[in-house]
Design a protein around this ligand. Structure first.
Ligand code: SD4
Length: 346
């Protein structure tokens, strides 16, 4: 019996138990009920996917590497550097919206096919936070550097100190300050999602999460953001948290997220999506289950916030799911270049 069929059969047995008597309901399932689905790597079929419409441009940069049989790790770094350097993108890198104190603080992480990972949190003054995250991964024995320590590390490693606050983002922040009661308030960015658009856009979900499979069949991922606009100084979201904003397991697949990071961290979202794929769920179904987990523990909150997951499995199948509509993602492979909009709960 194939692994997939074994999984389905055992799932049905599980459902029968749930529908059965109370004693069956309480019976713990045995370890062998949960066999991993084993994916044979697909070679010579590189693919890159990334969050939101602007992922298309980032994918093009990643494809420059993937299309020439380069490594997925190099591709995702090069890809997300595109929106990081774009001052028009106000949720990533240069031009990102600042925190409540007017400081642009960046969160980023990167993960390769061997569980190597690196992350920076609350990093100021460096455009390419993703490259600093990669340097943490490759040049230190650590996984995460935060705040001033991350900045000092970046400067010591040749990164240039720059002002990331553009005129436009500064002007909007000052506008926001006028009305702000200056109270601790998370999700200000998301408050704008439905009701109270912030100056400059109908919504403000622009974090980029990118996942790629290279010609060798290996997976890598990257995620980078300036986080929630007008957050409390020091606030860190899901994006640089390995397992929350990004997770890569080269045996199974990879996942990333965008939206209100607090909700993603609570459920270790990207890791959850990957583990669900390991159990045989399709990327879209795995993303849906993770979104439903958020909905289940706080339905009132789930109505108000956006969270979207994007995933790819080892076979190169991909999918996404979100709480709110309009979560888009871009795909580029040898066969297609397209922007999709995910299904959503609302
Ligand atoms: C965060 N997840 O800092 C990020 C924000 C985001 O689209 O994705 N915005 O919580």
């Amino acid at each position: 019996m194939s692994d997939r069929r074994k999984f389905v059969k055992l799932s049905l047995l599980g459902s029968a138990a749930v529908l059965g008597t109370g004693s069956l309901l309480a019976a713990p399932r045995k370890e062998q009920d949960f066999e991993d689905v084993l994916y044979a790597p697909v070679k010579d079929n590189p693919i890159v996917i990334s969050t939101w419409d602007f992922g298309k441009e980032a994918n093009t940069a990643a494809w420059e590497i993937l299309g020439k049989n380069g490594k997925a790790l190099d591709a995702v770094e090069a890809g997300v550097k595109v929106p990081e350097a774009d001052p028009k993108n106000q949720s990533i890198g240069l031009g990102g919206r600042p925190d409540r104190d007017g400081k642009v603080t960046l969160d980023a992480c990167i993960m390769d096919e061997k569980y190597n990972c690196g992350s920076v949190m609350c990093l100021e003054h460096i455009v390419h936070a993703i490259s600093v995250a990669r340097a943490v991964m490759e040049r230190t024995p650590h996984v995460i550097l935060a705040g001033d320590g991350a900045l000092q590390f970046a400067l010591a490693n040749g990164f240039k100190k720059e002002n990331l606050l553009t005129e436009k983002s500064e002007k909007e922040w000052k506008e926001w300050l006028k009305k702000s009661k200056y109270e601790p308030q998370i999700n200000i960015e998301n408050a704008g999602y439905h009701k109270d658009p912030m100056p400059g856009g109908k919504d403000n979900h622009d974090t980029i999460g990118m996942l790629a499979i290279d010609a060798n069949g290996d997976l890598s991922g990257a995620c980078t953001t300036s986080g929630m606009a007008y957050k409390i100084h020091g606030r860190v979201g899901d994006s640089p948290v390995i397992g929350a904003g990004l997770y890569v397991d080269n045996e199974v697949g990879a996942a990333t997220s965008s939206g209100v990071g607090e909700e993603v961290i609570r459920i270790a979202g990207s890791h959850l999506v990957v583990e669900l794929m390991r159990r045989g769920l399709s990327p879209e179904d795995a993303c849906k289950k993770a979104v439903e987990r958020i909905l289940k523990f706080n339905p009132a909150k789930a109505k108000e916030v956006q969270v979207g997951f994007l995933a790819i499995n080892k076979k190169g199948e991909y999918g996404a799911y979100a709480l709110q509509k309009d979560f888009s993602y871009a795909v580029k492979s040898g066969k297609e270049e397209k922007i999709y909009t995910s299904k959503s709960i609302y």
